[in-house]
Design a protein around this ligand. Structure first.
Ligand code: CP
Ligand code: NVA
Length: 305
């Protein structure tokens, strides 16, 4: 993976393991300032963001578009069927062309290699709007949301329950940056990527892998889950393997008394999470969704400053 800033080149927002903790701290703080309305008006007036979606989206698309417009800029949304990418034009050539028209490019795609190609050939900042391996914008919003409700993550225990997927990998990165312990309870076949776990451990982060959701949830300060079937996954009996990993009130009751519940959404109610938890007093999922926009305004400003 290319680093977020090439020497003298554009500032990219890629995976969280490419950042120093201080920059991420500043981005979360700027997201909070935007939410509080404490920032200059329209700092991105005249700027244009292209958003390439090779997978569906509600929150990422709308939060980037709303955020960009609130900052004075504008967006062009390109879905798979709209562009020549769908007919085999390379990401590299697309990157070269888009860079002549827009000031930044956000991409949601399957393969991290496509993100790398975009970064290698674009001459403008690139933002990772989700790949099969990570979802950094989401987890920046999650960190902001936890801090708004409960203060610093330092010394806290985050319990990830279910599929050790792209969002889990970004949470592993974030836990190491923000000083939390992360416990991941996943079936053996759906453990998180070794790369993320090793990176976090090498920099002193505490990552505990287990298969028992009750063990992960015990005394935890935050319970996080996600769909059992991420976009692009094959449904090879996942719901059977993951059935014991549902986040329900019994599991939440094992966590700390003031524990929060998060889910990046979209949720599949009755599968990975029950209605009672989604709609219950410990759930902060709507703040989490809203904070996508605030923290992405910070990311956009940082990339385009
Ligand atoms: N959480 C998230 O990225 O949602 P969308 O897939 O709707 O963008
Ligand atoms: N893990 C999910 C996240 C959706 C925002 C997916 O990749 O489909």
């Amino acid at each position: 993976m290319t680093s977020q800033t090439t020497a003298g080149g554009p500032r990219h927002f890629l995976d969280l393991d490419r950042f120093d903790s201080q920059t991420l701290r500043q981005l979360v703080d700027l997201g909070k300032a935007y939410k509080a309305g404490r920032t200059i008006n329209r700092p991105l007036a005249g700027k244009l963001l292209a958003m390439i979606f090779e997978k569906p989206s509600t929150r990422t698309r709308v939060s980037f578009e709303a955020g960009m417009k609130q900052l004075g800029g504008d967006v062009i949304v390109l879905t798979r069927g709209d562009t020549q990418l769908g007919r085999g034009e390379t990401v590299a050539d697309t990157a070269r062309v888009l860079s002549r028209f827009v000031d930044a490019i956000m991409i949601r795609t399957d393969s991290p290699a496509k993100l790398d190609d975009l970064v290698s050939y674009a001459t403008v900042p690139v933002i990772n709007g989700l790949t099969d391996e990570s979802h950094p914008c989401q987890v920046m919003a999650d960190v902001m949301t936890y801090e708004e409700h409960r203060g610093s993550l330092a010394g806290k225990v985050v319990a990830w329950i279910g599929d050790g997927n792209n969002v889990a990998a970004s949470w592993i990165h974030a836990s190491a940056h923000f000083g939390a312990t992360i416990r991941l309870a996943c079936p053996d076949s759906l453990m998180p990527a070794d790369k993320a776990v090793s990176w976090a451990r090498e920099r002193g982060g505490r990552v505990d892998l287990m298969t028992d959701p009750a063990q992960a949830a015990a005394g935890a300060d935050l319970i996080v889950t996600d769909t059992w079937l991420s976009m692009g996954c094959r449904d090879d009996d996942r719901s059977k393997i993951l059935a014991p990993y549902q986040v329900n009130e019994a599991l939440m009751d094992r966590a700390a008394p003031d524990a929060l519940f998060m889910h990046c959404l979209p949720a599949h109610r009755g599968e990975e999470v029950t209605d009672a938890v989604m709609d219950g007093p410990r759930s902060v999922v709507w703040d989490e969704a809203e904070n996508r926009m605030h923290v992405q305004k910070a990311i956009l400003t940082w990339c385009l400053a």
